[in-house]
Design a protein around this ligand. Structure first.
Ligand code: AMP
Length: 481
């Protein structure tokens, strides 16, 4: 099936062509025809499956066929998103798909001044993408009402619930006009989410794509057992050794995310953090830098990272494992997007082993256990101190994780090395994840003279590691492309 076969309006098809989309993804193929008929829909789909277009395209088609003036202080379509980042992303997708139409798309979310948003809404909008809290604020201030809504989308319902948005959500639903089309999307559909959907869906078509394990199967998954206190040393080593295009590093807490960034900064490795304590401007700047490839490491908490669609994420590193196994699936779904494969590496402390077991149970995939590097104790000892809080930890420009810039202690150049990995496959000589000759064996940012001579291994314990994370066949192929 092609987009052409779906009967979408001409300007939409033109926009799809300009984006080089020809074939609908499975969720699009299943969802678009019933949505064009005006049916309600309940969809189980993760981000990365193309679900934004699945609800955006038929809605835009509806606007094309049913032109109407914008309702003052209201919108014709309301999309609720759990996070600001996802809201901004959805709005951008709408703008892209509607670029040959006269459709206004606005976002409202917290963390930015409300007055500007009030002004934007005065004349009415076609599509409003909002987070529930700020939307309610606007409604309470009488700057917005839901009277004009013809299409209502609740995206990432399970995340909404996790984030405690259930009460605001129910209040919003009560204020919607009775006559409307409802779309409900969730990455998972446990009983409580299904019940939530039933409260406002009317005889919905049910579509479901990519059972969660499918993503998990595409990602090459590794785990290392390591003390919580020593994870930073392992992270520093990992980001130096792995051929990273872009990596998302997950921590459980906001404080933990900042700490990781500061330790990386101390080792002259550039990273940015994104979490709920950052201002909207900081979050936007961090995400933009990551998206544009200016910064290769984004350290995030689950909530901030949810729904972020950045292509080219080669690695997901779980600095801490989530205690909800489904969250792990969301995390690793950041890599392996659009059919590509990716690498997930988890650092598992003693008290996280049970989490690993429940993750493996739901993904039905066993992580390959990668032992710690031989000289790990030395790496831990030599780990540079964290950069002070006030010292640009948010955006340390000390150097890219794999760009090689030879500052502050002489980390070996990796740019050439990486080239070599990708270009001619000479990587096969690497017998362990920790890398090989002359690469990063020294403690991060430390004195190179302390580097043990591991090539040849004379006089030193050298235990080739079972399998190289970056050096396995899949990864070599991936990075050769
Ligand atoms: P989503 O699940 O909506 O976040 O979409 C994931 C990614 O897939 C986004 O970068 C979309 O732009 C892209 N995408 C969506 N639909 C298609 C399609 N039919 N063909 C190619 N790429 C698509």
């Amino acid at each position: 099936m092609q987009f052409q076969d779906l009967g979408l309006a001409e300007p939409i098809l033109k926009a799809l062509t300009s984006k080089n989309y020809t074939t609908p993804t499975p969720i699009q193929a299943q969802a678009i025809p019933p949505l064009l008929e005006g049916r309600d829909l309940c969809g189980v789909a993760q981000t990365g499956t193309g679900k934004t277009a699945a609800f955006a395209l038929p809605s835009l088609d509806y606007f094309d066929k049913n032109p109407k003036p914008r309702p003052l202080n209201s919108s014709r379509m309301l999309v609720l998103s759990p996070t600001r980042e996802l809201a901004a992303q959805i709005a951008q997708s709408f703008r892209d798909y509607a670029r040959f139409m006269r459709i206004s798309v606005e976002t409202v979310f917290g963390g930015v001044p409300i007055n500007k948003q009030i002004r934007k809404l005065q004349g009415g909008v076609d599509v409003l993408v909002a987070t529930p809290g700020r939307l309610l604020d606007l409604i309470e201030q009488r700057a917005f009402n839901l009277g004009g809504v013809e299409i209502f989308v609740l995206d990432e319902a399970d995340q909404m619930m996790d984030m405690g948005f259930i009460v605001p959500l129910k209040r919003i639903v009560k204020m919607l006009p009775k006559e409307r089309q409802n779309l409900f999307f969730s990455a998972t559909m446990p009983r409580e989410i299904e019940d939530l959907g039933k409260q406002f869906l009317n005889d919905p078509v049910k579509v479901s794509v990519a059972p969660q394990s499918t993503t998990a199967e595409r990602v090459q998954q590794y785990a290392s057992f390591v003390n919580q206190k020593e994870k930073q040393a392992l992270l520093t080593q990992t980001v130096r050794e792995e051929p990273i295009d872009r990596a998302l590093i997950f921590t459980r807490t906001k404080h933990g995310a900042d700490r990781v960034v500061r330790f990386l900064a101390g080792a002259k490795i550039e990273a940015v953090a994104i979490h709920g304590n950052k201002s909207q401007a900081q979050r936007t700047t961090a995400l933009q830098a990551f998206r544009q490839g200016k910064v290769k490491l984004l350290v995030a908490t689950d909530i901030a990272a949810r729904g972020i669609d950045v292509s080219g994420v080669s690695h997901v590193i779980n600095f801490e494992l989530p205690n909800v196994p489904e969250q792990y699936v969301h995390r690793i779904g950041r890599t392996a997007r659009a059919g590509a494969d990716g690498i997930a590496i988890s650092f598992v402390a003693d008290d996280e082993r049970a989490y690993l077991r429940s993750i493996e149970r739901i993904t039905k995939v066993k992580c390959e256990i990668v032992p710690l590097p031989d000289n790990f104790a030395e790496m831990v000892r030599n780990l540079p101190k964290a950069a002070p809080k006030s010292n640009g930890a948010q955006n340390n420009r000390g150097g890219a994780p794999s760009g090689g810039r030879g500052r502050g202690g002489g980390r070996p150049e990796r740019g050439g090395e990486r080239q070599r990995h990708r270009g001619d496959g000479q990587r096969s000589d690497r017998g362990h994840r920790g890398g090989s000759e002359g690469r990063g064996e020294h403690a991060p940012g430390g004195d190179r003279s302390e580097r043990p001579q591991r090539n040849g291994g004379e006089g030193r314990p050298f235990r080739p590691r079972k399998k190289a994370v970056g050096a396995h066949k899949g990864a070599v192929q991936k990075f050769k492309r």
